[in-house]
Design a protein around this ligand. Structure first.
Ligand SMILES: Nc1nc2c(ncn2[C@@H]2O[C@H](COP(=O)(O)OP(=O)(O)OP(=O)(O)O)[C@@H](O)[C@H]2O)c(=O)[nH]1
Ligand SMILES: [Mg+2]
Length: 280
C-alpha cells in the first residue's frame, strides 16, 4: 500500500516536472522567434522587364543569405512587366513553395521610387534593403551592409565614389552623378560621395522618421530620401561596391531621369533655404 502511494506521488512529481520543462522550452522558442524577427532583413527588388535576370538573381540572394543564417524575406515589386517577369516569379514561388519570397504585381509602370515606397510599406523586417534585379549590385555584398548597419548606423549606402568603389558605366552615366554629387555637397553641406546609388540598407526605425509619401516616384527618389535622412540627423555610412553593367535586358534609366536628379537637387536646395518644410 505504502509503495503504491509512493508511486502515485512520484508520478505526480514527474508530470509536474515535465510540464515545467515544456513551459521552459516553449518560452525559449518564443524568445528565439522574437529575437529572429527583431533582426529580420527585407530585401526589396523593384522589377520592370527583368525576365532573364530575376530567377538567377533571387537564387544568388538565397545562396548568400543561407550562409549568413539570418532571417530574411524577398519582396518583388513588379509593375506588370510586359515581358512576363511576374509570371516567372509566380512560377518560382509555386515550384519551390518558398514562403520567404513575396510578389506584388502593380497594374502599370509607376517608377522606381514609387515601387520602393510600396515595398517599404509591405516589408516586415527591421532592416530594409534596396537592390536592383539586373546583377549591377552583387548580392554577395549583403553581409557587409548588415555589418556596417550594426555598427551604429541608420543607413548604409553602397558607394561607387569612395576608395574601393567602382562603376562599370559609360561616361554619360558617370558625369551626371559626379556633377550631382558636387552640387549636393556644396548645396546641402553633406559628405555622401554617391548620392544616386540604389544599393542601400536602412534601419526601419530611420525610415519611420520620414514621410515617404512626399518623396518622388521616379529615380530621383534616391537623392530625395538621402536628403530627408540627413535632415533628420540619421547616421549614414558608405561602403565601397563595384557596380556592374546589367547582365541582361534593356536599360530603363533615361536622359529624362538624369535631369530628374538635377531637378530634385535644385528643388531640395530651394526648400532648404526657404525653411518651408522639414521633410522634402
Ligand atoms: N517596379 C518597377 N521597377 C522599376 C521601374 N523602373 C526601373 N525598375 C527596376 O529598378 C531597378 C533599377 O533600374 P535599372 O533600369 O537597372 O536602372 P539603372 O541601373 O540605373 O540602369 P540600367 O541598369 O542601365 O538599366 C531594376 O531592377 C529595374 O527593373 C519601375 O517603374 N517600376
Ligand atoms: Mg541597372
Amino acid at each position: 500500500m505504502i509503495w503504491k502511494s509512493h508511486i502515485v506521488h512520484f508520478e505526480r512529481k514527474f508530470k509536474s516536472l515535465a510540464h515545467k520543462c515544456h513551459e521552459i522550452v516553449m518560452t525559449f522558442t518564443i524568445f528565439a522567434k522574437q529575437a529572429k524577427v527583431k533582426t529580420m532583413l527585407s530585401i526589396i527588388i523593384p522589377t520592370y522587364n527583368e525576365r532573364e535576370n530575376i530567377e538567377p538573381f533571387i537564387k544568388e540572394i538565397q545562396k548568400t543569405m543561407q550562409k549568413t543564417k539570418k532571417t530574411y524575406e524577398i519582396i518583388i515589386i513588379d509593375d506588370n512587366s510586359p515581358d512576363g517577369t511576374s509570371k516567372i516569379v509566380k512560377e518560382l514561388i509555386k515550384k519551390t513553395k518558398d514562403t520567404t519570397i513575396r510578389l506584388y504585381t502593380r497594374p502599370k509602370k509607376q517608377g522606381l521610387g514609387s515601387a520602393y515606397k510600396y515595398g517599404f510599406k509591405k516589408a516586415k523586417g527591421t532592416m530594409l534593403m534596396e537592390i536592383d534585379a539586373d546583377f549591377s549590385h552583387d548580392p554577395k555584398e549583403i553581409p557587409n551592409f548588415i555589418k556596417a548597419l550594426n555598427q551604429g548606423n541608420d543607413a548604409v549606402i553602397g558607394s561607387r565614389g569612395i576608395t574601393g568603389g567602382e562603376r562599370n558605366d559609360p561616361m554619360r552615366r558617370k558625369i551626371f552623378p559626379m556633377i550631382g554629387t558636387i552640387l549636393y555637397k556644396t548645396l546641402m553641406n553633406c559628405n555622401t560621395k554617391d548620392i544616386t546609388s540604389g544599393y542601400r540598407l536602412y534601419k526601419k526605425s530611420a525610415l519611420d522618421k520620414i514621410n515617404l509619401n512626399t518623396l518622388p516616384d521616379d529615380f530621383s527618389f534616391q537623392v530625395a530620401l538621402l536628403f530627408a535622412l540627413t535632415h533628420k540627423n540619421c547616421k549614414i555610412k558608405e561602403i565601397p561596391i563595384k557596380f556592374n553593367k546589367r547582365r541582361a535586358g534593356e536599360p530603363k534609366y533615361s536622359t529624362k531621369d538624369l535631369f530628374g536628379n538635377i531637378k530634385i537637387l535644385i528643388k531640395l536646395y530651394i526648400k532648404k533655404i526657404t525653411h518651408k518644410n522639414n521633410n522634402p
